[in-house]
Design a protein around this ligand. Structure first.
Ligand code: ATP
Ligand code: MG
Ligand code: MG
Ligand code: MG
Length: 576
């Protein structure tokens, strides 16, 4: 590829809504372009990365015996009604109607459609096992699309579905996928951890997430440095001993009186300057009767869901007495505290503050609280615990660093990760719901034993950047770089020698199968180098008149701080 023909559009500044490095750098390097909230153009430079991710995934899926197909993005609602997910899934599922008023959905995943294929096409145990996969556009109307491709609304996923005749065989199929995932993530060249995840109602241990380790990750993962124990927070919690932990000596603060808190009082209560922002906030309140007796103690867990739009803030209320919870609007919270608009002013998103009441409140241990909506519950919340540096809602948890590992092999540590893959044994959940059967060896119909396996194709590059960047830009692992090598000729327009040498090397690298781009745009060296460092091409070869006189070019890996002089023929050893 020649840069003059390619589409390069780098930016000096990242847009203001880009919070994390990967989002900023993807925008600045011209990999993606925003079209709407959580909806992006994959620009030519970005698409090259995505295609490389896809081809690694495709190769390893094929190697593992999975078969590729694609299922429609737009799917009839009837199938989703069979499993009940048309209603159950909530607002994340995008529902649309055609001109006849028939309901459809845009696929967020494809269990229903693939199960429909299986029940029609796979009739006998002799056709099993089968694993069907697709690399296809998904749409999830995420409550909070953010961080660019990390949590988009439209994104690309590889989703695979295995069909087996019995549990033993389904578990073997699951293991084949779990192994294939390890090969895939090894090939990407990223630091990741496979962690046990909660398999929900199905139980058992057959659910693992593949988490790329990064401080900006949205998930908390728990592991034991002394063993291979690793789990996501939900799973770790499920294993943690039940019941409240002993409360550590906690700083005592005033309980706000309902109807009285002001902006300044909240700030005072939080012991933070007015401008401080918080992510989650727990308030305990007592309701008193005329005689001043406490009739009800309540704990409010305020979870902030909107970015800077106060109206999107969702708040949940947990009552210690009835354990019920519900959504409250900002207005209700304001009304409850008698606050003027702006009361929630100091509450933003950067930091989380826990508030401890100055008296015991009548609440039970291990509540489930959160919004009345799937995925927004927090389990195992306890009152009066001393939490280490709470920096997110997820940290209001029952498991903390230093706890003994469930395998007894050491203490737990906690780090943050980005979920890039998920393997899951489903059992007969979908086949039962959709009456999907095959004829078994005994001549009787049996439900398919299923598994599902996802990889966030477009989330992966974002995760890779979170892990691999510096102040100058992205540093791609070779396997998924948009180009592996860039040739930067200095003064190509002036020097015939430089032009000829650059073209020659370019041709030779191409012939050797190296993914190379020749920067023939005629940019000044400074601007040219800055572009390629921002874009993150791992290998750079600079060709100038001076070096050429001695038969040399300069090589620099994106991680190197200085260049190395090489004979032209030596280049191949460096870039392969
Ligand atoms: P998350 O917990 O981040 O919301 P999920 O558990 O809902 O993800 P799965 O249903 O397991 O996601 O989907 C499989 C994979 O698809 C995930 O592991 C992730 O890599 C990717 N993925 C899910 N949601 C998104 C999204 N909004 N944007 C980009 N990739 C996503
Ligand atoms: Mg999700
Ligand atoms: Mg998840
Ligand atoms: Mg998942």
């Amino acid at each position: 590829m020649k840069a003059s023909q390619f589409f390069i559009s780098t930016l000096k500044e990242a847009p203001a809504d880009a919070e994390v490095a990967s989002h900023k750098l993807m925008m600045r390097a011209g990999l993606i372009k925003k079209l709407g909230a959580g909806i992006y153009n994959y620009m030519p430079m970005g698409l090259r990365v995505i295609r490389k991710v896809e081809s690694i995934v495709r190769e390893e899926m094929n190697r593992a015996g999975a078969v590729e197909c694609t299922m429609p993005v737009v799917q009839p609602a009837e199938l989703w009604q069979e499993t009940g997910r048309f209603d159950k899934m909530g607002p994340e599922l995008l529902r649309i109607q055609d001109r006849h008023g028939r309901d459809f959905i845009i696929q967020p995943t494809s269990e229903e459609v693939v199960t429909d294929i299986a029940r029609q096409e796979l009739r006998s145990y002799k056709q099993l096992p089968k694993n069907l996969y697709q690399i296809q556009t998904k749409f999830r109307d995420e409550r909070r699309p953010r961080f660019g491709l990390m949590r988009g609304r439209e994104f690309i996923m590889k989703d695979a579905y295995s069909f087996d005749r019995d549990q033993a065989s389904a578990k073997a199929s699951y293991q084949v996928m779990a192994q294939a995932y390890r090969r895939i993530f090894d090939r990407f060249g990223l630091t990741y951890r496979a962690v046990a995840a909660d398999s929900g109602a199905i139980g058992g241990d057959l659910s693992e997430e593949f988490q790329v380790i990064a401080a900006t990750g949205e998930d908390a993962i728990v592991y034991c440095p002394g063993s291979d124990y690793a789990a996501n927070m939900e799973k770790a919690e499920a294993l943690a001993p039940a019941g409240p932990r002993p409360a550590a000596a906690a700083p005592m603060t005033r309980t706000p009186t309902p109807g009285k808190a002001t902006c300044a009082q909240v700030a005072e209560l939080l012991n933070v300057p007015l401008a401080t922002t918080v992510k989650s906030l727990v308030l305990a309140t007592d309701e008193t009767n005329e005689a001043g007796e406490v009739v009800q103690s309540q704990v409010w867990l305020l979870l902030l869901r909107g970015d800077h739009d106060m109206n999107e803030i969702k708040v949940s209320k947990v009552s210690g007495l009835d354990k019920g919870f519900r959504f409250a609007t900002v207005a209700e919270i304001e009304a409850h505290f008698g606050a003027k608009p702006g009361y929630l002013g100091p509450i933003g998103l950067k930091q989380s503050v826990r508030i401890v009441a100055d008296r015991e409140v009548a609440v039970m241990a291990d509540w489930i609280c959160g919004a009345n909506e799937e995925d927004y519950h927090i389990t195992g919340v306890n009152w009066g615990r001393d939490l280490p540096e709470p920096d997110a809602v997820a940290d209001l948890r029952n498991v903390v660093a230093g706890d003994p590992s469930p395998d007894g092999k050491g203490e737990l540590a906690i780090e943050r990760g980005i979920e890039v893959g998920h393997v899951f044994y489903l059992g007969t959940k979908y086949s039962r719901a959709m009456d999907a059967t095959f004829l078994g060896e005994d001549g009787k119909p049996a439900f398919f034993e299923m598994g599902c396996y996802g990889i966030g194709i477009t989330r992966l590059p974002a995760a890779a950047i979170e892990q691999n960047h510096d102040e100058r830009g992205i540093i791609w692992p070779d396997a998924i770089a948009p180009f592996t090598v860039v040739i930067c000729p200095i003064g190509m327009d002036r020097s015939q020698e430089v032009r000829a040498a650059a073209e020659k090397l370019y041709g030779e690298l191409l012939a050797a199968g190296v993914d190379v781009i020749l920067d023939d745009r005629g940019e000044r060296p400074g601007a040219m180098f800055a572009d390629w460092e921002l874009i993150g091409v791992p290998h750079r070869i600079t060709i100038g008149d001076k070096g050429l006189k001695e038969g040399q070019v300069e090589y620099q890996h994106r991680r190197d701080s200085a260049t190395t002089k090489l004979g032209v023929a030596e280049v191949f050893a460096y870039v392969k």
